[in-house]
Write a protein that binds this ligand. Structure first.
Ligand code: UGA
Length: 432
């Protein structure tokens, strides 16, 4: 099939490359000339394990193309995926849909035969209706159908999530589009993915509801971790004990820093704000947002306690600064607030991240990037394990820290208190 992905950000690029790998002809379009030129040279703008090999393979076999020519790319394609950003509005909590609507206006200029127009970007309920309205101002409805097909890709696991999804959600009442899309996804359905056809509005809501529910799960276990710290119970036991109940499930029950990234914070705010518009109070989600917003300062208080409030001149090392492992994404990472707060109190920060130095910290005084674990932890008073990279899971701290009295605060519980006690290392985890 001939596909066009508009926007080569995370969603558009990963989905486009994966669709081409399934044998489709895909044009990935972007108005960022430099980005497109780089992609043609094999320079990938995001960190995603396995993506560069897949781009190279499909670009070389000519199933995957990159272009800045939106008009021609649309004309040549049967299925158009809108994959542009829907950031949180500058003044408010709703999603900024200006890029989506601009694209809709561009699409309507290039429809000469029937095309399926799909929103893959996360868009609030009724956005599909609005896109349909914009296009139908210039084009007869018999030439197009607007469908919602949300993505459920996790950063760092995106290729696997695309290839082996739990479900494919298609929001449309149009039988013809449904048939074509079922065919497009048939290689994934035959490997076990469930295919769900529902209304467009329902598909839009499924995406927000899924992210908001997962964010609630994470926040729930984080709050229980706070309780566990006071009653000498290990949160890991609670996660296992709860997660084995199939109605609950063990995934997304790992306590840690506040949830971050480009999706949960944005989407929880957007769904609550959309519901407000429809005069419905999503109070559970609102309290999740509030609890998550408070979490960084709670963890900081714990750091102050661990260091007995003597922060001045303490050497603190952060292992990992991104919002989670296997990504270079710093958006809404708790390190962005924790590190500046610690410097303000006089700490000296060293950090190492497997994805390299971060612009966010370059201008900060007393923050230093080390390009390997050993030099980052050397002479530290406190080592904060902030993300759960495999690189951090078997470190021989005793050998490389040098400072005899160092302490570890493991915000991801990748080690156990028992193991650290046996090694005679002072250790604190989350929720234990
Ligand atoms: C999330 C969803 O998982 C994807 O299904 C969705 O497609 C994507 O958003 C999106 O809307 O585009 P992602 O933001 O990549 O994916 O990150 P997750 O792996 O879901 O993690 C989100 C946050 O929850 C991270 O801060 C992570 O550290 C935290 N988390 C996750 C926990 O603290 N504990 C857990 O047990 C799981």
């Amino acid at each position: 099939m001939k596909l066009c992905m508009i926007g080569t950000g995370y969603v558009g690029l990963v989905s486009g490359v994966c669709f081409s790998d399934l044998g489709n002809n895909v044009i990935c379009v972007d108005n960022d000339v430099k980005k497109v030129e780089n992609l043609k040279k094999g320079v990938i703008p995001i960190y995603e394990p396995g993506l560069d090999e897949l781009v190279l393979k499909n670009y070389n076999n000519k199933r995957l193309k990159f272009s800045t020519d939106l008009k021609n790319s649309i004309l040549k394609s049967d299925i158009i995926f809108i994959c542009v950003g829907t950031p949180t509005k500058k003044n408010g909590n709703g999603a900024d849909l200006s890029q989506i609507y601009n694209v809709a206006k561009e699409i309507r200029k290039s429809i000469s035969k029937f095309k399926i127009i799909i929103t893959k970007s996360t868009v609030p309920i009724t956005t599909g209706d609005e896109i349909e309205k914009i296009i139908s101002q210039k084009v007869s409805k018999k030439f197009f159908s607007v469908v919602s097909n949300p993505e459920f890709l996790r950063e760092g696991e995106a290729i696997r999530d695309f290839t082996y999804p739990d479900r494919v959600v298609i929001g449309t009442n149009d039988r013809r589009s449904n048939k074509i899309l079922k065919n497009l996804y048939s290689p994934l359905i035959s490997k076990g993915a469930k295919y769900i056809n529902t209304t467009r509005r329902a598909a839009e809501l499924i995406k927000y509801a899924s992210n908001a529910f997962l964010a609630t799960k994470v926040t729930f276990i984080n709050e229980l971790a706070n309780l566990c710290e006071k009653i000498d119970v290990n949160i890991e036991d609670i996660s296992i004990g709860m997660g084995l109940d199939k109605r609950i499930g063990g995934r997304f029950l790992r306590a840690g820093p506040p949830y971050g990234g480009s999706c949960f914070p944005k989407d929880t705010k957007a769904i609550a704000s959309t519901a407000d518009k429809f005069k419905t109070n999503l109070s559970v989600i609102k309290s999740v947002i509030k609890s998550n917003d408070n979490r960084s300062s709670l963890l900081l208080k714990r750091v102050f306690n661990i260091l007995k409030n003597k922060i001045k001149n303490k050497k603190i090392c952060f292992l990992g600064v991104t919002f989670k492992a296997n990504t270079d994404d710093m958006r809404d990472s708790s390190s962005l607030s924790m590190i500046p707060s610690l410097i303000k109190k006089g700490a000296k920060i060293n950090y190492f991240d497997p994805t390299g130095e971060k612009d966010d910290f370059k201008k900060l005084k007393n923050v230093n990037f080390s390009n390997n674990i050993a030099s980052a932890v050397k002479d530290s008073d406190l080592i904060i394990i902030h993300t759960e990279w495999n690189d951090f899971k078997s470190i021989n701290f005793k050998k490389i820290v040098m400072n005899k009295k160092f302490i570890i605060f493991d915000m991801r519980n990748i080690y156990t208190a028992k193991k650290m006690k046996n090694l005679n290392i002072k250790y604190f985890g989350v929720g234990c």
